[in-house]
Design a protein around this ligand. Structure first.
Ligand code: NDP
Length: 285
């Protein structure tokens, strides 16, 4: 049976380290600050925002929420971002996605100062990731990388198969694995013979959004399996993109859903906010 990769436990340990670093910064007069912008009443977004705020409070990071109506104009939202860009108490700005259809999401993300872009979605930060000189890396993929590092998986020379090519998960993850000298295959909805691609992987990372579509018998014996997917099945049950029970029979180690990648994502947001505050502290001298 596979070893369970306990994202909750890894996240808790990292958050402990973050709290300690926050205390040290506060002792020199710098409190890390995160501004969260929520537009509209989407229930899932509301839940994510409240989880982020609670995580900030638990680690000593100051957070402030800007709640705007779903009808807010793009200009007003851009004005708020400009204000936050200039606010010296704020080290990180997070605009909760998705935004209502009348707002140009790309324009809003580009308005965030790259030096406060703790989600790592600004084209400038994406470009820096591509060229191997990252400043802020997107939270879910960097959480996956931290997990792999934590359990001692060295990616150099390994065959990594990533299923999913979104801008927020699959593509940045591929770049991060490349930077660690893995040989990376990115699969997507037009990939031919996905089972065969997955079967060749030393490390499989699933970020698709389809319940249990990666079957257990596709997994090579001894592979590492990271399941980013979160899918609601029925009223209450959450499952990943991988058939967890069947895959556990072949994998050397596997993440559960829930309790795997999820807790790492918010942890990396706290981490990025801390890093940004440390840069502010260094400038202050
Ligand atoms: P997207 O919908 O943006 O991307 C899904 C990707 O899966 C696309 O590249 C798509 O291919 C590919 N895909 C869809 N169907 C298939 C198929 N049959 N075979 C192979 N590939 C397929 O999703 P996200 O990247 O935003 O999220 C992926 C999952 O991760 C979701 O379940 C989401 O909830 C979860 N998630 C979890 C987070 C966490 O913190 N745990 C954070 C972010 C996401 P194509 O490009 O060709 O359409």
């Amino acid at each position: 049976m596979a070893e369970l990769i306990d994202g909750k436990a890894i996240a808790a340990e990292l958050r402990g380290q973050i709290s300690t670093d926050v205390e040290e910064l506060m002792a020199i007069g710098v409190t890390p600050g995160l501004a969260v912008v929520l537009v509209g009443e989407d229930p899932a977004s509301r839940v994510y925002v409240s989880m982020k705020e609670k995580a900030c409070a638990a680690t000593g990071i100051y957070s402030v929420e800007h709640k705007l109506s779903a009808e807010v104009g793009e200009a007003e939202l851009l004005e708020l971002i400009a204000e936050l860009n200039g606010d010296e108490k704020i080290d990180g700005i997070l605009v909760q996605l998705p935004l209502p259809g009348h707002i140009d999401e790309a324009k809003v993300l580009e308005a965030i100062s790259p030096s406060k872009d703790v989600d790592g979605f600004h084209p400038c930060n994406v470009g820096r990731l591509v060229t191997g000189n990252p400043v802020f890396q997107p939270c879910t993929p960097s959480g996956v990388m931290k997990m792999l590092e934590y359990i001692g998986v060295e990616l150099k020379g390994k065959d990594v198969v990533i299923v999913g090519r979104s801008n927020i998960v699959g593509k940045p993850l591929a770049l991060m694995c490349l930077a660690e000298h893995a040989t990376v295959t990115i699969c997507h909805s037009r990939t031919v013979d996905l089972p065969q691609k997955v079967a060749a992987a030393d490390v499989v990372i699933a970020a698709v959004g389809r319940p249990e579509m990666i079957k257990g018998d596709w997994i090579k014996k001894g592979a590492i399996v990271i399941d980013v997917g979160v899918n609601r099945v029925g009223e209450k049950k959450l499952v990943g993109d991988v058939d967890f029970i069947a895959a556990s029979k072949n994998a050397a180690a596997i993440t559960p859903v829930p309790g795997g990648v999820g807790p790492m994502t918010i942890t990396m947001l706290l981490y990025n906010t801390l890093v940004s505050a440390k840069r502010r502290a260094a400038k202050k001298g």
